[in-house]
Design a protein around this ligand. Structure first.
Ligand code: A2P
Length: 332
């Protein structure tokens, strides 16, 4: 591909603005860049890589221009409506919303895990849910070696996953004002076992995303997955306790060796010196961090791990930009 023309849909949002940071950090090549958002932001100027860009209102004609790749993070409804319009104009959309993730015609991609799946895209590629992405990076190499039978996720998710309103609820809560705009209860001093809406089976949508997306990304419907997702009073980074049962027996040292060599993953596991991945250390980083790697002695071939990543970076913007990088390489 020549240097692509890029569009960012939702450029004024938390994830959209992080797209710009990551594009710059990864030195992503592009020719023209178009920044799009709602009517509210039209005309706003965003300075990027030494140039001023004027934000345009997204509309049905936004993709009449010569655009090669569009990174979307403007909510599910916007993606449902505009991603097909973009794709019909020959644009490849990488979409950060949940709108297309479980569509069988749409690849759901974590570049370290299933980069090959971009080959069958029909104009839309989905970026998985933030809590699923960070789990896939350690699970993939372990699944390849020992075949995962069952996964139990328990997540501790940052308020930045709810956008600026979640951050504001926590900020004000820490100052003694129990603002409840993003959540049904105060988040400061609390743990809310409730992310996204409840579904008929008693799980939340967030939990069901982890269940369904794990199977799709690993390409294995036989894996049994359950999840409890919890919002915690942390600004950045999701932390996850993951319990795994394998079909095959394993040696703990082999597991650590595999995790220490896996792409996009860092093993931080020295409990004697109080070293394990922590949200405050991982904030702002693009990779995934794993520690507390230990045998679960309560079941056969079972393992516990602790996984931390920046939900706005690897959980959203970084993974999306990395998918766009795969598109560049594919065309070379
Ligand atoms: P705007 O800032 O103009 O409202 P966040 O996830 O941080 O809330 O950001 C959402 C992003 O999606 C923002 O850039 C927002 O633009 C954009 N957005 C929301 N609704 C629409 C829409 N209907 N059309 C285009 N962009 C939208």
């Amino acid at each position: 591909m020549k240097k692509p023309n890029l569009a960012i849909v939702g450029a004024t949002g938390l994830v959209g603005s992080t797209f710009l940071e990551v594009l710059e950090e990864l030195d992503f090549p592009f020719d023209n860049l178009y920044l799009m958002a709602s009517a509210k932001s039209a005309g706003k100027v965003i300075h990027f890589k030494g140039k001023d860009y004027v934000v345009e209102e997204l509309n049905e004609h936004s993709f009449d221009k010569d655009i090669d790749i569009a990174l979307f993070s403007a909510g599910g409804d916007t993606s449902k409506k505009y991603a097909p319009i973009a794709a019909a104009h020959g644009v490849t959309v990488v979409d950060n919303s949940s709108a297309w993730r479980m569509d069988p015609e749409v690849p759901l991609v974590v570049p370290e895990v299933n980069p090959q799946d971009i080959a069958w895209n029909k104009g839309i590629i989905a970026n998985p849910n933030c809590s699923t992405i960070q789990a896939m990076v350690p699970l993939k190499p372990l699944h390849d070696k020992y075949k995962i039978k069952r996964v139990v996720y328990t997540t501790f998710q940052a308020v930045s996953g709810s956008g600026l309103k979640g951050i504001e609820d926590l900020k004000q809560g820490l100052e003694g004002n129990d603002r409840c705009v993003a959540y049904p209860h105060p988040i400061a001093g609390n743990c809310l076992p409730h992310i996204d809406v409840f579904t008929e089976n008693g799980y939340t949508k967030e939990e069901m995303k982890m269940v369904n997306e794990t199977k799709k990304i690993l390409g294995d419907d036989s894996i049994q997955v359950t999840a409890t997702t919890v919002r915690v009073p942390v600004f950045s980074c999701h932390s996850e306790s993951i319990n795994l049962e394998f079909e095959k027996p394993y040696e703990l040292e082999d597991v650590k060796e595999i995790l220490s060599k896996a792409p996009g993953l860092h093993l931080v596991d020295d409990p004697e010196n109080n070293e394990y991945p922590l949200a405050r250390d991982v904030a702002g980083k693009n990779d995934v961090y794993v520690g507390r790697v230990r045998r679960d002695f309560s079941a056969e071939n079972a393992l516990n791990i602790w996984v931390v990543a920046d939900n706005i970076r690897k959980g959203a913007a970084t993974n999306t930009v990395q998918i766009a990088q795969l598109l560049l390489n594919e065309e070379k």
